[in-house]
Design a protein around this ligand. Structure first.
Ligand SMILES: C[S@@+](CC[C@H](N)C(=O)[O-])C[C@H]1O[C@@H](n2cnc3c(N)ncnc32)[C@H](O)[C@@H]1O
Length: 308
C-alpha cells in the first residue's frame, strides 16, 4: 500500500498528477518537537501536563515527542483507548475511520491499534505536530500501512471528498457510507473552562455549526468539553435518530464528553434516495425540548465512560 509512511512513490509523482491533497510522507521531527526528560526543561505552563505524562502516553519514556502546544490538547491514553473501544461498536460495514484533528496522535494510535479498521486516515495541519504523531505511532508499533496521514486542513479534505473526489489522490478517496469520522477539535473560546454550561456556538476556532456542516453526511463522533450544552448537541440528531452522549472519566472525574452522531441520510420526503431530506435546521434557536439524546448509565472505573 503506497499511501502512508514508507511509501515508495515520490512526491513529484503526486504533484505531477495534480491532486489537491495527497498522503503525507514521513515528516522529520523539528525543533518544535520535544521529548522532555525532566521537569527542569519544561515550560511552566506545561509542567502540570508533564507531571501526568504517563497517563497521557504510558510509553512516554520510549521516546514520545510532542510540541508544546500539543500537550494542551492530547487525549490521555486510557480515554483514547476507551473511545477506540466504544467507536468499534459501529456498524460492521464501516471499515474506514477518519481522525480529523490528529494532534500528537493520542486517538489515532488507539484507533490504529484497535484492529477494528481497515485503515485510519489522520489529518493534522501543523507540520511539527504531524511529525510527532507519525513518530509516536512508530513508537507504539503501529504498522505503517494502517494510517494514511494527511498534512493539511481537514475541512478542505472533507469538502473535496464530498464534492470533488477526483481532486484527491486515489488513496484518499473513501466511501463516506462506510466511514466513521472522529473529531477532537480545539476547545478555545470564552467560557470553556469557567461556564457551567459551555455554549458550543462560541467554541473557537470552529463552532458546532461549522463542525456539523462538515460532518453531517457521515456517522461521526464529536469530542467536546464535559460541560457542553447538551441541548445544542441534541439538535444535531437526524429525524428519528438518537445521539448517544458519553462522559469519559478518569479517577472519577469527567475529562470530556463524546457525542455519537448518526449520518443524516439524503432521502427526500417521498423517500427517494439522493435528495436532501426536509429537516428542521438543527442550529435554529434553542428550545427546551431535547428528545434525541440517549440517556443511560454505565459504571465508571479508573478510566471509564459514563453515558448520560
Ligand atoms: C485538540 S488537538 C487534537 C488532539 C488529538 N486528538 C490527540 O489526542 O493528540 C487539535 C489539533 O487539531 C489541529 N487542527 C486545528 N485545525 C485543523 C484543521 N482545520 N485541519 C487539521 N488539523 C487541525 C491542531 O493543530 C491540533 O493539533
Amino acid at each position: 500500500m503506497g499511501n502512508s509512511m514508507g511509501s515508495k512513490r515520490g512526491p513529484e509523482d503526486r504533484e505531477g498528477a495534480g491532486y489537491s491533497m495527497h498522503p503525507a510522507e514521513k515528516l522529520t521531527l523539528t525543533d518544535g518537537c520535544r521529548h522532555y526528560e525532566g521537569k527542569h526543561e519544561v515550560p511552566w505552563d506545561i509542567q502540570k501536563y508533564f507531571a501526568q505524562r504517563y497517563s497521557i502516553f504510558s510509553w512516554y519514556d520510549e521516546g514520545v515527542y510532542l510540541t508544546d502546544d500539543a500537550w494542551f490538547g492530547v487525549i490521555p491514553e486510557p480515554v483514547a483507548n476507551q473511545i477506540a473501544i466504544d467507536i468499534s461498536a459501529a456498524d460492521e460495514r464501516k471499515t474506514i475511520l477518519i481522525d480529523s484533528f490528529a494532534g500528537a496522535g493520542g486517538n489515532t494510535i488507539a484507533f490504529a491499534l484497535s484492529e477494528r479498521w481497515q485503515r485510519v486516515i489522520a489529518i493534522e495541519r501543523d507540520a511539527s505536530t504531524l511529525a510527532c504523531a507519525q513518530h509516536n505511532a512508530e513508537i507504539y508499533g503501529v504498522h505503517p500501512s494502517m494510517i494514511t496521514w494527511i498534512h493539511g486542513d481537514s475541512f478542505e479534505y472533507l469538502d473535496a471528498l464530498a464534492n470533488r473526489p477526483g481532486e484527491l489522490h486515489p488513496d484518499l478517496r473513501v466511501d463516506m457510507d462506510t466511514t466513521v469520522l472522529f473529531s477532537s477539535p480545539p476547545w478555545g473560546g470564552p467560557g470553556y473552562r469557567s461556564d457551567e454550561v459551555f455554549d458550543l456556538h462560541t467554541m473557537q476556532p470552529y463552532n458546532l455549526e461549522q463542525l456539523h456542516k462538515a460532518y453531517k453526511s457521515m456517522d461521526h463522533v464529536l469530542f467536546l468539553p464535559r460541560t457542553s450544552n447538551i441541548r445544542q448537541v441534541a439538535k444535531l440528531a437526524p429525524a428519528g435518530c438518537k445521539i448517544e452522549v458519553v462522559q469519559y472519566c478518569m479517577q472519577g472525574a469527567s475529562k470530556a464528553m463524546a457525542a455519537y452522531v448518526p449520518a443524516r441520510k439524503p432521502i427526500s420526503r417521498e423517500g427517494k434516495p439522493g435528495e436532501e431530506p426536509h429537516v428542521e435546521d438543527p442550529m435554529s434557536a434553542d428550545s427546551d425540548s431535547s428528545p434525541s439524546i440517549e440517556k443511560s448509565t454505565a459504571p465508571t472505573n479508573g478510566s471509564g465512560s459514563s453515558k448520560s
